[in-house]
Design a protein. Structure first.
Length: 565
């Protein structure tokens, strides 16, 4: 008797017989979609703002504490001056923002640099500057202002910084009049307050690095802030931002740990749940992501971004009706985000409502004409309705936008699409799990380029996902005839054979894959299962023995499933 649960090769490869696809994942603390703006030439130059600040030291001050206080004060003055300048620009006027809001947002975009300083033991003086390209700053402000949930940490940071500066002044007065034990207590409190101000400075630097995509350095600076153990909400915010940086660098487990720590420190911080939920989403753990988004929404019901992210998670588990409800809610709160319409359009497309999908994608294109995905999804919807001329036009536009080769009046016909163009579109169809669309695309592809191995390989994948295994086998066999040295195609062929219980053919395909890559533990495990199912117990045990040298744990589990206890 042979006990079989799952074929590990199917579980590992899932019929994906080519390289992992690049996924566009939106992370919580990233600024979102940056729209192309037309900025006057006057804003193209870097503007430099310079300020000086003098601080008279108290009894408990050192050079470092004076520098911390002076830098916070001078940065505040510099940001106010930059805010005044930006407020006068037409583009920013159109944002209808207060100067205070502008200053808050720019704190997370620019950083102050100390030019020179002096210290004589009693008075500390420094000169600092902020140098910024107004065009870049305005673009960043435009992105940030559309999702103010994303910058809640900046608002909290600014508020806490102001509180710490006021507390510093109060403690300085207390130190002058306090005596004995009370003076010692005030001195300790003053030291803690300086540490908190230092933590704020490190955290602001880390947020700026995180915003600019310098995640490794962001982690270093934020870790310094954490070492100083500031109070909530600064402490919790530090873990949230560092968690985002870890996630962007691919360390998802550490990102989850940091977000969980933030929740422990501040259970009412919805951003911590949002960040953790988003990270779970990138791991395809959509159910856990939804739980975190539920909590974030409960804490802040008016968070449009959270509804958007939960909608994506619902799309991820195939609950497109609920996804649409969440996108409806996000649009109700903010009707100017192209991403909400695009993702709602995708949900409608998955439900077969192609007319509504086209309507939503068209709105997304109206709001963001540079969004290639909106054209691509709309093209898919047109294809389902049989409007292949418009389908191809939208595919062409998507390809042009992604390749950066948009030229007025020039749209390459399908016959002139490059290999990269064909691959990009097929990758998008796989990402969307649109297997019929992938089949149709690859049938066009192989007609244009019948010797293209990728066209046949992905056609095989499409047929396999549509449970048309005979057609999948035919496509995969065509692919291996073109490139017999591609082990992944042999694996796909073997999986298709297994679905038809053609175990001997499956064994032959797996052995071909192992000749190409004998270190593939998953294929050795799959070979053992195929041999067992074909009745060749000896060959199954030999495969397990080979597997044991590569992955002892997988070998044990394979053996236990094949050989009943």
């Amino acid at each position: 008797m042979v006990a079989i649960i799952k074929d590990p090769v199917s579980e590992k490869y899932g019929f994906f017989c080519f390289s992992s696809l690049k996924m566009k994942m939106m992370l919580l603390l990233i600024m979102g979609l940056v729209l192309s703006l037309s900025v006057p030439p006057a804003l193209a130059e870097t503007k430099t703002f310079i300020k000086e600040y003098t601080y008279r030291a108290g009894d408990e001050d050192s050079r470092n504490s004076c520098r911390t206080i002076a830098l916070r004060e001078v940065k505040r003055l510099l940001l106010e001056e930059l805010g005044t300048y930006l407020e006068s620009q037409t583009e920013v006027k159109n944002f209808q923002m207060t100067k205070d809001s502008i200053t808050t947002l720019t704190a997370g975009i620019v950083s102050a640099e100390v030019i020179e300083d002096t210290w004589d033991g009693k008075v500390y003086w420094l000169k600092a500057k902020i140098a910024a390209n107004p065009q870049d700053v305005i673009k960043s402000i435009d992105s940030l202002r559309k999702d103010l949930e994303n910058v809640q940490e900046l608002e909290e940071l600014k508020k806490k910084s102001e509180e710490l500066l006021q507390e510093n002044k109060r403690l300085n007065i207390e130190l002058k009049i306090a005596k004995g034990e009370k003076k010692q207590e005030a001195a300790q409190a003053y030291k803690r307050n300086i540490n908190n101000l230092s933590a704020t400075e490190w955290l602001e630097k880390g947020i700026g690095l995180d915003r600019s995509g310098n995640y490794a350095d962001a982690i270093i600076d934020i870790s310094k802030a954490i070492e100083l153990s500031p109070p909530p909400p600064i402490y919790a915010t530090a873990y949230i931002v560092r968690g985002n940086a870890y996630s962007k660098l691919g360390n998802k487990q550490q990102a989850i740990k940091d977000c969980s720590k933030a929740i422990e420190l501040d259970p009412q911080n919805e951003l911590a749940y949002m960040c953790r939920g988003l990270t779970y989403g990138t791991l395809s753990n959509h159910q856990q992501a939804i739980k975190d988004f539920d909590k974030a929404i409960k804490l802040k019901p008016q968070g449009a971004l959270t509804y958007y992210m939960r909608g994506r998670a619902y799309n991820g588990i195939g609950n497109h009706q609920q996804a649409i409800k969440d996108f409806d809610k996000a649009i109700e709160m903010n009707s100017q985000n192209a991403r909400d319409y695009l993702n709602r359009g995708l949900a409608y497309y998955k439900l077969g409502n192609n007319q509504q999908a086209i309507k939503d994608c068209s709105k997304a294109i109206e709001l963001n004409p540079q969004d290639a995905d909106a054209y691509r999804v709309r093209g898919l919807a047109y294809g389902k309705l049989g409007n292949h001329q418009q389908e191809i036009k939208d595919y062409d536009k998507a390809i042009e936008l992604e390749s950066g080769q948009v030229k007025a009046g020039q749209k390459p016909p399908i016959e002139k699409l490059s290999q990269t163009d064909w691959l990009k579109q097929s990758s998008t169809l796989v990402k969307m799990k649109d297997w019929e669309g992938l089949r149709d695309w690859c049938l066009k592809w192989e007609k244009i380029d019948p010797e293209n191995v990728d066209a046949w390989d992905r056609l095989g994948l499409a047929y396999a996902r549509l449970d048309r295994y005979d057609d999948a086998i035919a496509a995969y066999r065509q692919a291996v005839s073109i490139d017999p040295g591609n082990g992944d195609i042999w694996i796909g062929l073997g999986l298709a054979y297994s679905k038809l219980k053609r175990y001997k053919d499956q064994i032959d395909a797996y052995r071909q894959a192992l000749r190409i890559n004998p270190e593939n533990a998953g294929v050795w495990s799959g070979l053992a299962f195929a041999c067992a199912l074909s009745g060749n117990r000896t060959a199954a045990l030999e495969a397990i023995q080979k597997l044991r040298h590569l992955d002892p744990k997988l070998a044990d589990s394979t053996f236990n499933l094949i050989v009943p206890r």
